[in-house]
Design a protein around this ligand. Sequence first.
Ligand SMILES: C[S@@+](CC[C@H](N)C(=O)[O-])C[C@H]1O[C@@H](n2cnc3c(N)ncnc32)[C@H](O)[C@@H]1O
Length: 258
Amino acid sequence: MSEILYDDAHIAFLEDIWGEGFLSPGGPEEVARVLEGLDLTGRHVLDIGCGSGAITVALARDYGAGRVTGIDVEGPVCAAARRRVEEAGLGDRVEIRQVAPGPLPFGPGSFDVVFSKDSIIHIPDKDFLGAEVFRVLRPGGWFAASDWLISHDGPPSEAMQHYIAQEDLDFAMASPRAYRASLEGAGFTEIGLTDRNPWYAEVSRQELDWLTGPERPRLDREHGAGFIAQQEATWRALVGVLESGEHCPHHIRARKPA
Ligand SMILES: C[S@@+](CC[C@H](N)C(=O)[O-])C[C@H]1O[C@@H](n2cnc3c(N)ncnc32)[C@H](O)[C@@H]1O
């Protein structure tokens, strides 16, 4: 079995910085932007890379999805997400499934909407992922995602290589051009990509200030000084590649033709 990347220590730290049940930045407001203009009422939604589940729960509780299926490849995040679903009393509408990387384990046309927040960065083959999302969507269904992209198709700069190594989370970043090509190749139409770099460049600086400010003694105590020092180094690298524009989180929207 492969190494766990999001273990309990990592989950606890990321939830400290990003909020209970969130393993990516921006909280409910950023989720609302990803979903802007989409009506999920009564819909069946797939959440790819559900992490510890705050968003998966919100899709049912706050957006009225009729059924939500959250999938993830790691045990600790699935366990945390299941607890969150139970606490929310949504066990009848929200299912968390631990899956193997690779083909999505669902039949054609299973979902009205496929959602994903900052998880596809872990899936190297975007062409295959695009084709799989297209296959499991019903005709007329929407793909709505946020993901962490690299601004170009060339080799990553030294700063980016350093950042990716520092994260140590098996990142496989694609460019906006490559992403669009994967979605077009899969058959999607109405493709839209929105660059969120200006927003996260600013927010990541605030996160670094938080990591190095008055909260630091508590963070060292609760997560371990060595772990937090490592995170500080990661955030310094992150801020650099966001400021250069090479790291460019995007919101992605595409439709399977009806
Ligand atoms: C940055 S976290 C985001 C989690 C959640 N979407 C959120 O925003 O809080 C990325 C998640 O993707 C999961 N992941 C990695 N590879 C995956 C794959 N092939 N399929 C589904 N999920 C995957 C990780 O285990 C992790 O929980």
